[in-house]
Design a protein around this ligand. Structure first.
Ligand code: HEC
Ligand code: HEC
Ligand code: HEC
Ligand code: HEC
Ligand code: HEC
Length: 369
């Protein structure tokens, strides 16, 4: 019994992603879904390939499979619309992402995401099951007109609204040492919010050019690279003055850790202005470092979490500063991040990539006394 079951799981994990691997190009959606296309075009889902994402490329360049010019296993999530995805996922095949192949550069494309009909849960990482009918897209709007270009599927569309459509790729990724390299808390229904409502809020502008609507679902996928301002409201910063010191509270009201990828480093920067003099207090760093034999290591080599100070889901973190505030003082608190831990920049040869080296400000608060 058990054996057959395992075999079925194994087989399905090999083919499930690949039953139909022809997807309409996202370019095809542009003429009618102009606003949505524009947002998508400036998102990480559009830029998830080694040729378009220098950070992904830097890590992929160090990967043993790349060095041997072999298969691109990352494709399962980073180039899921590739026409040879099955080869990319098969050990021993030579199937690398190619700049000249249009389907390799689509990223997590419109048609791919809108054809996800189900998600299979697996230990290492989940698998998206793709509906076999081309040009039939899952949609959630109660009232819609027909589209002259494609069918709209509303039966079994619940996963598009409740965030399950995201967890095929975002839930977790376990390496061969059984370490979860990243994991997102997927029990994400909190206060009615989920992946979709937080990361894809309703914004002004029409769903399509054929039928004017006031709002549409934001497709720029607010995150740590782009549009993070749209997520500021889920993290509160407050300050508590005590007699000889003060405490800064960072209240993460999202359903997962503040940052998820192990490359990230969040930093809390605090300065006090007294008359004209500005005193910069010591930075507080939040990280999750993975490694092996006591030293930081690449995701495929890491076997343990060496250190985890990242602010967790729904956690209010208090940071104390031994500084006595006076009347007239003004405290500036900045919460932000480096997409790549500054300690890993050199090893990844990312010294000249601004996106990897710059400090990105997420939220700033000022407190006057
Ligand atoms: C199970 C799905 C999945 C697989 C397989 C996968 N990734 Fe990812 N990867 C993701 C997701 C989801 C993110 C976004 C995470 C985030 O922003 O926290 C991501 C983000 C990244 C980033 C951060 C990129 C940036 O711009 O900051 C790097 C680097 C990366 N992946 C490398 C790889 C490499 C190399 C492989 C293959 C060896 C791989 N990934 C395989 C899902 C996957
Ligand atoms: C010729 C115009 C046209 C093209 C091209 C087009 N669509 Fe549409 N699409 C529409 C119209 C019209 C609607 C209905 C809009 C409404 O009711 O306001 C729609 C609705 C949708 C919906 C929402 C269904 C719902 O009710 O929630 C999805 C999803 C969708 N399209 C995806 C796509 C994708 C993906 C592409 C490109 C591969 C695409 N469309 C290309 C015209 C088009
Ligand atoms: C086919 C796999 C896949 C699916 C499905 C998917 N994502 Fe992603 N997502 C990725 C990958 C891969 C990245 C990282 C791209 C990179 O950095 O190179 C990513 C990045 C992101 C980011 C980071 C953006 C930024 O600016 O840093 C957010 C937010 C995100 N996804 C949200 C979602 C949401 C919400 C859904 C569901 C509606 C979803 N994703 C569905 C694969 C996927
Ligand atoms: C209550 C709102 C909320 C919910 C629910 C939520 N997120 Fe987030 N998400 C945030 C905030 C806040 C951040 C941090 C700010 C940022 O990255 O811009 C974030 C960051 C991210 C990032 C970037 C992390 C990194 O390391 O680069 C990804 C990817 C992401 N979320 C995916 C998801 C997925 C997938 C789900 C559903 C399983 C989800 N989020 C549910 C609010 C939310
Ligand atoms: C990572 C997955 C993902 C990708 C990529 C994606 N969508 Fe969507 N889209 C969704 C989800 C989820 C919803 C439903 C939101 C809801 O129910 O609140 C949605 C809603 C829509 C709608 C319904 C109307 C609206 O605005 O509410 C249209 C039309 C649409 N998408 C078209 C597109 C087009 C065109 C592209 C590419 C330019 C695209 N989508 C890329 C996940 C995705």
């Amino acid at each position: 019994m058990k054996k057959t079951y395992l075999l079925i799981l194994l087989l399905s994990s090999l083919v499930a992603n690949d039953k139909t691997h022809t997807f309409a190009s996202s370019e095809d959606c542009k003429a009618c879904h102009t606003e949505i296309y524009k947002e998508f075009n400036g998102s990480m889902h559009m830029h998830s390939t080694p040729q378009k994402d220098p950070i992904h490329n830097a890590v992929w360049s160090k990967h043993p499979a790349n060095k041997k010019m072999q298969h691109y296993g990352c494709g399962k999530c980073h180039t899921p619309a590739a026409n040879n995805l099955n080869d990319m996922l098969t050990k021993g095949k030579k199937a690398l992402p190619n700049l000249e192949n249009r389907t390799h550069q689509e990223g997590i494309s419109c048609a791919y995401c809108h054809r996800i009909k189900d998600i299979e849960l697996h230990k290492k990482h989940n698998t998206n099951i793709i509906a076999t009918t081309p040009k039939a897209y899952f949609g959630t709007r109660k009232e819609h007109i027909d589209s002259p270009y494609h069918a709209i599927v509303t039966k079994g569309n619940e996963h598009m609204r409740n965030g399950n459509v995201c967890i095929g790729c975002h839930s977790h990724k376990m390496n061969k040492h059984k370490l979860n390299v990243c994991s997102t808390n997927i029990a994400n229904e909190m206060d009615g919010a989920n992946c979709v409502s937080c990361h894809m809020p309703k914004v002004k502008g029409s769903v399509s050019t054929l039928h004017e609507t006031k709002k549409h679902t934001f497709h720029g996928f607010a995150g740590s690279h782009y549009n993070s301002d749209m997520l500021q409201k889920y993290v509160d910063i407050s300050l508590l003055k005590e007699i000889n010191d003060f405490i800064v509270n960072v209240d993460n009201r999202s359903s997962h850790a503040l940052l998820l990828h192990p490359l990230r480093t969040a930093v809390l920067k605090v300065s006090v202005k007294r008359k004209e003099k500005v005193t910069q207090l010591r930075d507080k760093v939040f990280v999750r470092v993975i490694g092996h034999n006591g030293k930081p290591a690449m995701p495929w080599k890491a076997s343990v979490t060496l250190k985890d100070t990242m602010i967790k889901a729904n956690e209010k973190r208090a940071v104390k500063y031994d500084f006595k505030l006076q009347k007239g003082d003004s405290v500036t608190v900045v919460l932000g991040w480096y997409l790549v831990n500054p300690k890993a920049i050199k090893k990844l040869n990312l010294e000249n990539e601004k996106v990897a080296t710059e400090f990105k400000v997420f939220k700033t608060e000022k407190f006057d006394f």
